[in-house]
Design a protein around this ligand. Structure first.
Ligand code: AMP
Length: 281
């Protein structure tokens, strides 16, 4: 695996791959890799001839009071995991490499970026779309792989790619979960044993919504109420939102008659976790 630190070198490597007739896949990550990330790497390996993974803890997508400084950084281990997956390129630039001095240009997907996590994390999605567009320009992948775990992010990136004519196919892989249902996340590493147990309430709430849906309930208000009820059983977790939205527009739905995204976010102590399901699933 070629570990690349500079934009210039990454561009040369990806151009050489394409000149050699290879289809190039990109998996953008912030590192602290787990099976969720690796599932995307495997999907990329299957679909593409060469795979680049980026590891960049993007300061633009963290709010001033969020966990940028303490975000888990496990570079050595990440390298070992990616070596095992036979990844071709690991792009791991420093912040100074990614952001030239006095950088003031951003990519904003207006409207969508204020929905769901965008409401409680102002500027978050602008940070994501700005850095993902930079990565697309630097790596110039044919396909880029994202997780359904960050469902709103996937929707927003798809819209950005459509609106700005990026020549890249967006592939979204399913959520990888722990055996008990907790969605894998780099932030799970913050949780103590009691918090880890409490964190399961996100999955329980989604499961409760799914059960009510399976029993015939279609009214979004009632389904949300049933999911929120689950949170009352777990005072250690503070609900941020539980919403039922159109997966393309992220606008709230009144009824789950068409395909809908059930998205939840909550704080376990100071750790913010998200999860979602799609119904009918
Ligand atoms: P992150 O490093 O958290 O920015 O995530 C990098 C990519 O991995 C994003 O596209 C995420 O949606 C995806 N991802 C994170 N956790 C999971 C998971 N549990 N299952 C599937 N994809 C995931």
């Amino acid at each position: 695996m070629n570990v690349i630190r500079t934009i210039h070198e990454m561009r040369s490597a990806s151009r050489a791959a394409r000149v050699a007739g290879k289809c190039l896949g990109l998996v953008p990550t912030m590192g602290a890799l787990h099976e969720g990330h690796l599932s995307l790497v495997r999907a990329a390996k299957e679909q593409c001839d060469a795979v680049a993974v980026s590891i960049f803890v993007n300061p633009l997508q963290f709010g001033p009071k969020e966990d940028f400084a303490k975000y888990p950084r496990t570079f050595e281990r990440d390298c070992e995991l990616l070596e095992k997956e036979a990844v071709d390129f690991l792009f791991a630039p420093a912040a100074e490499e990614m952001f030239p001095p006095r950088a003031v240009t951003y990519v904003t997907v207006e409207g969508l970026s204020e929905k769901l996590c965008g409401r409680s994390r102002p500027g978050h999605f602008r940070g994501v779309t700005t850095v993902v567009s930079k990565l697309f320009h630097i790596v110039e992948p044919d396909a880029a792989f994202f997780g359904q775990k960050d469902a709103a992010q996937a929707t927003i990136i798809r819209r950005m790619v459509r609106d700005l004519n990026f020549p890249v196919e967006i592939v979204v892989g399913p959520i990888v979960r722990e055996p008990d249902g907790l969605a894998m996340s780099s932030r799970n590493a913050y949780l103590g044993p009691q918090q880890r147990r409490a964190a399961l309430v996100l999955f329980r709430a989604l499961t409760e919504v799914r059960n009510r849906f399976d029993q015939g309930e279609r009214n979004a208000g009632k389904l949300i109420a049933a999911g929120k009820q689950e949170f009352r059983t777990e005072p250690a977790v503070r609900l941020d939102y539980l919403e039922i939205v159109d997966p393309e527009t992220l606008e709230p739905r009144l009824s789950v008659s068409d395909r809908s995204l059930i998205a939840v976010a909550g704080f376990v102590g100071s750790t913010r976790l998200i999860d979602n399901i799609t119904l009918p699933g």
